[in-house]
Write a protein that binds this ligand. Structure first.
Ligand code: ZN
Length: 285
């Protein structure tokens, strides 16, 4: 039994509104999954203030309430104390301990994990992946379609890598599905939703969501046919309210779909529950 985890940054649950681009005309597949296979979960973590990426993601990938541990919501890249929580224990390390084959499908444009280690600013997922370097995919993997770009289509790297061709999002779904089939657990992170959410540019947010939805639509067909469990969640709201530049207090969707969806669905009520629920589901596979 295999599992795919799609982490999509900055997508909260909110009622339909003229400034909410998460609607069925823009992203029909995502909306259908939210409507039929999701529940709203808490991203505020019992700590005052707007939820932020570093603590939200660290909580999602460790099962530790990192906002409480830090005493506040922390933005952007995790600092030393948050990094040490992630390095001590995380989803990838736990899966490795269980002998599961794990891949982080977002390619790093480096030659090796060592090149990544020396980067000054590392995201939560980078810190986690570096604890299990065999999960990391690099420029070589991308060239051979064994990894995805964080933008799906590779458009954002055309200036630096003119030899890497632009692909449609449906092709990125094919590439990801091939990775999923070779691993027990695959993670793919997409953060352009959060970037667009901060922009106050409604058209830009629609474009990003449409691209992601084309990818998701193809991917859902593949994983459904193959009996793969799909989990999708976010670290905080943002794009669902384009009238505000900041994140939101809205809950985020926990989408669980496929053979092991129910126990995950039943167990998760906040970001803190995501890693324990995934591990319990994998243990029962
Ligand atoms: Zn975020």
């Amino acid at each position: 039994m295999k599992m795919l985890f799609l982490f999509i940054d900055g997508v909260g649950i909110r009622h339909a509104a003229a400034d909410n681009p998460v609607n069925s005309e823009v992203c029909p597949t995502l909306c259908r999954l939210i409507e039929k296979h999701s529940k709203p979960i808490d991203a505020c973590l019992g700590v005052e203030g707007l939820p932020q990426s570093a603590t939200g993601q660290a909580t999602m990938f460790t099962g530790v309430n990192c906002a409480k541990a830090m005493g506040k919501h922390c933005e952007g890249f995790p600092g030393p104390s948050l990094r040490s929580i992630i390095e001590a224990n995380n989803l990838f390390l736990q899966l490795k301990k269980r002998g599961r084959k794990v891949k982080f499908a977002d390619a790093y444009l480096v030659d090796s994990a060592e090149d990544l280690e020396v980067r000054r600013y590392k995201s939560v997922t980078t810190v986690m992946a570096l604890t299990t370097p065999e999960t990391i995919t690099t420029a070589d993997d991308l060239m051979e379609d064994r990894a995805l770009m964080q933008d799906l289509t590779r458009e954002t790297i055309q200036d630096r890598y003119p030899d890497i061709r632009v692909i449609p999002p449906q092709r990125a779904a094919e590439h990801l599905f091939a990775i999923v089939r070779e691993n027990d657990f695959t993670l793919y992170e997409f953060f352009l939703t959060d970037v667009a959410g901060h922009s106050l540019d409604y058209a830009r947010s629609c474009a990003v969501l449409k691209t992601y939805d084309r990818f998701l639509s193809a991917l859902v067909r593949y994983v459904e046919a193959a009996g793969i469990t799909l989990v999708i969640t976010s670290d905080h709201g943002n794009i669902e309210n384009m009238s505000e530049r900041t994140h939101t207090f809205n809950p985020v969707p926990l989408i669980a779909f496929g053979p092991r969806a129910k126990p995950i669905f039943d167990r998760v009520n906040s970001l803190e529950d995501v890693t324990p629920a995934i591990l319990a589901a994998i243990d029962s596979m």
